[in-house]
Design a protein around this ligand. Sequence first.
Ligand code: ADP
Ligand code: MG
Length: 313
Amino acid sequence: MLEISDLKVHFPLASGQVVRAVDGVTLTLTPGEVMGLVGESGSGKSTVGKAALRLVPATDGGIRIGNLDVLSARGKQMRDLRSRAQMVFQDPHSSLNPRMTIRRAVSEGLILNTSLRGRALRDKVAEMLEAMGLPAQFHERFPHELSGGQKQRVCIARALVLDPELLVLDEPTSALDVSVQAQILRVLRDLHKVRPEMTQLFISHNLAVIRFLCQSVAVMYLGRIVEAGPVARVFEAPAHPYTRALLSAVPVPEATRRPDRIRLEGDIPSPTALPPGCAFHTRCPIAEKGLCDVTAPPEVKLDDGRSVRCHLA
Ligand code: ADP
Ligand code: MG
C-alpha cells in the first residue's frame, strides 16, 4: 500500500551545508497495516511522512501509494494523491484556518475532490464530525471556540471524510494535555476497528503510544531506519542498541527494569554532519573501533520478520 524505497530528502542551507534529514529510508506497509515510526526529535520522522505525501520534495528514491507513483504524479494523479492519502499534524491549532467554521473545514476537501454538494455534503460532514465526538452544536463554531482535543478531532474528521487509503499521523497527541491525549488515542485505536482496510503511518517519539496503536514499528535514527518489524518482537527483544536505549528510557517500575539498561549520552548529532560508518556509533555503548566508525552496517533480516542495521546485533 505504501512503499518507500531508498528515500533521501536533503535540504541545502544558505551556508552551503546540506541537512540530510532522510538519508536512505526503505519502508513497506501492507494494506491495513498500522506502522509506528519512532525516534528522537530530529531523526527525520516528519520529513518521511511529508515526503510520502509530497508535501516536501524528495531528493532521491521512490514512493508508491498503491499503484500511484507519488514522485512523478501530475495533474489528475496529484488530485488523486490528495484524496487517497491524508495527514494529521501535531499542532491542530495551526492546521485549521481560524476564519473557517469547522463544518467548512471538513467540507472543503469534499468540495475539491468529489461531486457531493448541498444536503448530501452537509449530512456526510455532520456524520463524520459526530463520529469523532463532535455533536451538531459544534459544527458552526470557529477553531478558537474549541479546545485542543476538539480541534484535533476536527483535523482527524477532515482527513477521514475523504476516505483515504493512507493516513499519516504526525505526533497527533503530542501538543495536547495528558488527559486529552488518552481520549484521542482511544479515537485512533477505534479507527483501526472501524476502518481496518486503511493503512496508517503513525509517527511518535512515544513508545508506549506505538505499542498501544501499532502492529509494526520502524525505529529511525539520523535519517535511517535502524530496526523494523512486528511491535511484539521489537519491544520484547530489541536487536539494535538504539532501540534498546529508547526502550530503557521508558519509565517503568524499578522492579521490572531490565538489567541491561542503556543510557543515551549526549545529543543526537547534526544531520548536516552525519558520523561516518554507523551514524549511531558516536553514542553506542557497544560500538567497535575500526568497524562501526568506518563501515555503514548492511540491513540484516532476522527470521522473525525483523530487519536490523547493526554490525553487532
Ligand atoms: P523529527 O520529525 O524526527 O523530529 P524532522 O523530519 O522534523 O525530524 O527533521 C529532521 C531534520 O531535518 C532536523 O534536523 C530538522 O531541523 C531538519 N529539517 C526539517 N525540515 C527542514 C527544512 N525545511 N529545512 C532545513 N532543515 C530541515
Ligand atoms: Mg517531527
